[in-house]
Design a binder for this molecule. Structure first.
Ligand code: GDP
Ligand code: MG
Length: 703
């Protein structure tokens, strides 16, 4: 087999790169990572007209000087001297907003990389009465152009033909001369210098290296130093020159576009009519919240059955192991460590999948861009960004994919704050705890007019979490310093029908991320917790068991009751039990005793463990029927808590669970996304402290 050519899809965000990528590759995609950063790298090996191609879907960018993580990746790939450059770039441009897409195009062209310009969304252009004289544009830009629609498949065959032709004629170079930008004298000198320091042959690539040298991994420290010194000696003003370059490029391509574009219709009438309402300050906000409400209603309805299936599946697996193996520590580890641990994560998959399905539909239809636009200035007040909306909403399903979605926020401070406060949003793992504790606070049948009081308590916790997120954001805004100015680069795309393939692939990716990220950590932690709860100092476990058996005989308990009592005594005697008792003085002011202490500790890594820990501590025994196991467990725990604790303790505990971090997977993801331990640790202390204070105040007032 001959060597595969490297072809990269590039363009602005939302120009249709991923759609085209999906179109060309189907399910052959591999998702990897760019070295050192966490932006997904999607590649696929395909064959077009007997040519082997490694196709890459690069992240979206507006310019090679961009500041978001995605844009830096693009700049890094194109300026790199170590990674291989693409042999060919297919530049995907939304032809309805061609002017915005030209800056990056002309920049790539000046790097002498062969380009094919794919004018995408031509179906929309047709509807909008927009005409682009492709032949004339191709001639002026000196590059091949194809009209395509990644949605309707139109033009894809021609595009493939262009690609194989271009690859057959390599290194035919359609971007040799720099016609869109004239270097200043300083830039010429800098470029010459860098070409010798680094060993480059392209002027513009050398210039980019001068601008970006501080973070380019391909440069050695000596090279960076040399470039730095030279820049200083020549008064190289990086920012000023970037602005000059951008303006000059616009000045040169805008007249060309004027000649080739003609508008016969008057744009998309439907979009304009919808936007009049949906981006309206009053109606838009109202509709947004109505949509949110509907979304959450449908999540509980749609996810309920699949969640039962997952639970039943794990219960079945546990029974299978239970029946097949003799009693031993391995069996206990398998059932109580591995299976229960994994089950506690995987049970959230249906909720997460449904939420991301709905979010993907909003995104694909073009609505999400409106929500971002609508809330941008409110969010700015809290140190956030319109795009933080998307993360905060996703955080209600699970903080992990939500935090990963912040990569599109280009302002570092706003991105960081979004990451730090997203875990305050009540994720699906908190729901079982909320339900139990809300049941302790008010009777399940209590109503207030049409509404159940209990579900209003739960909703109140969601609101409290949101308020906590905004308050924390505001605090971080005041504390963190940054001189980066914020601006929202956003075009409002026309509304359109979502494409099933894109939606399904997005949901698939997010769910996979969740399972892999959360799964591996929960697995390790479940085993550690199992160790802590199953072992103690020599002899103490046996002694606890013996005591339980004696008590059981005195009280004439049946087998089941005896076993439950043994389990309760064991956990009390275990390392986990000792730790729970050790922290009792610290949590007493919050109204908690050592039993809650154990549950808090065991749910430190994953909050949903609370329910089953309480079940064990209170000797509630195992539940036999696999179908309704979790439900029965919940109702037993609930009953027990109700007898045991006061209103004040229950509310204090509930509030603790709203604010505390209690999720090791989130800690791990934040570490990965911020590339340091500093931020996840700050976040952990901040959230735990916040929860402690809130519970303390609640309990002290109510008691
Ligand atoms: P990317 O950010 O460049 O990867 O863009 P995507 O592929 O995610 O596409 C952004 C949006 O544009 C999605 O909602 C797509 O369904 C939509 N889209 C992509 N190509 C076309 C097209 O040719 N016509 C229409 N009408 N919509 C498209
Ligand atoms: Mg994409």
């Amino acid at each position: 087999m001959s060597k595969a050519f490297k072809v990269a899809l590039m363009g602005n965000p939302n120009s249709g790169k991923s759609s085209l990528f999906n179109q060309l590759t189907g399910l052959r995609q591999k998702i990897g990572n760019y070295p050192g950063v966490t932006v997904d790298k999607k590649t696929a090996n395909i064959v077009i007209n007997d040519t082997n191609i490694e196709l890459t879907d690069l992240p979206g960018a507006y310019s090679l000087y961009g500041t978001s993580q995605d844009e830096k990746i693009v700049a890094k790939v194109l300026t790199s001297h170590t990674e291989e450059l693409p042999d060919l770039v297919v530049y995907v441009a939304d032809c309805n907003f061609l002017e915005k897409q030209m800056l990056l195009l002309t920049q790539i062209r000046d790097l002498s990389i062969p380009i094919i310009l794919a004018l995408n969304m031509s179906d929309l252009a047709e509807q909008n009465g927009l005409q682009i004289n492709g032949k004339a544009l191709a001639k002026k830009m000196a590059l091949p152009i194809t009209n395509i629609s990644a949605r309707t498949n139109q033009g894809i065959a021609e595009l493939k033909k262009e690609i194989s032709q271009a690859l057959a004629n390599l290194p035919a170079n359609n971007g040799k001369s720099t016609v869109f930008y004239a270097f200043s004298d300083i830039e010429k000198r800098v470029a010459e210098k860098i070409k010798t320091v680094v060993g480059l042959d392209n002027d513009y690539r050398a210039l980019l290296t001068a601008h970006h040298h501080s973070w380019l991994a391909a440069l050695s420290n000596e090279q960076k130093k040399e470039i730095e010194d030279f820049n200083q000696a020549t008064n190289f003003d990086s920012t000023g020159m970037q602005i000059r370059e951008t303006m000059q490029r616009y000045d040169r391509f805008t007249p060309i576009l004027k000649q080739v574009i003609s508008q016969t219709g008057s744009g998309n009438a439907l979009t304009r009519r919808l936007d009049a309402i949906l981006t309206n300050r009053f109606w838009g906000v109202l509709i947004f919240f109505a949509l949110l409400f509907l979304m959450f209603q449908s999540i509980s309805v749609l996810a309920a059955y699949p969640m039962d299936w997952v639970e039943a599946g794990f219960a079945f697996a546990a029974d299978l192991v239970d029946g097949a193996m003799p009693d031993s520590w391995i069996k206990s580890l398998l059932i109580h460590g591995v299976i229960e641990g994994l089950g506690s994560v995987l049970v959230f998959i249906p909720q997460i999948a449904v939420l991301f399905l709905l979010l993907a539909l909003l995104e694909e239809s073009g609505y999400m861009a409106r929500a971002v636009y609508l809330f941008d200035d409110v969010m700015q007040r809290f140190g956030l960004n319109g795009r933080s909306m998307v993360a905060l909403i996703s955080g209600v399903a699970c903080a992990i994919p939500a935090i990963m979605s912040t990569r599109t926020i280009s302002n570092w401070k706003e991105r960081l704050i979004t990451i730090l406060v997203t875990p305050f949003m009540s994720c699906s793992a908190r729901v079982p705890v909320y339900l139990i504790l809300a049941g302790v606070l008010v009777s399940p049948d209590a109503r207030w007019g049409l509404f159940y009081v209990q579900s209003m308590v739960v909703m109140g916790m969601y609101l409290l979490g949101t308020a906590g997120a905004l308050a924390a954001a505001w605090v971080f805004k005041k504390i963190l310093r940054s001189n980066e100015t914020s601006f929202l680069m956003l075009e409002l795309p026309d509304y359109r029908m979502p494409v099933a393939r894109n939606v399904v692939l997005t949901v698939w990716e997010k769910v996979k991320t969740f399972v892999v990220e959360a799964g591996k950590i929960i697995l390790v932690l479940s085993v550690i917790l199992w160790l802590l709860a199953s072992y103690s100092f020599p002899g103490q476990m046996a002694e606890a068991e013996q005591r339980a058996v004696t008590t059981a005989q005195e009280q004439q308990l049946d087998d089941e009751g005896t076993e439950a009592l043994i389990a309760a005594n064991r956990i009390e005697a275990s390392f986990a039990g000792k730790l729970g008792k050790a922290i009792e003085p610290a949590i007493e002011p919050l109204g908690f005793d050592w039993k809650i202490g154990i549950a808090l500790l065991t749910s430190f890594a994953a909050r949903e463990v609370f329910v089953s820990s309480m079940g064990t501590i209170y000797a509630l025994g195992e539940v036999e029927e696999p179908q309704a196991r979790e439900e029965v467990k919940r109702s037993r725990v609930h009953q027990r808590l109700k007898n045991e604790y006061s209103f004040a303790t229950a509310l204090s505990l509930l509030i603790f669970y709203v604010f505390a971090m209690q999720c090791m997977s989130t800690v791990a993801v934040v570490k990965r996304e911020t590339n340091s331990w500093k931020w996840p640790l700050i976040q952990l202390f901040f959230m735990t402290g916040f929860a402690y204070l809130a519970s303390l105040i609640t309990y002290q007032i109510l008691k």
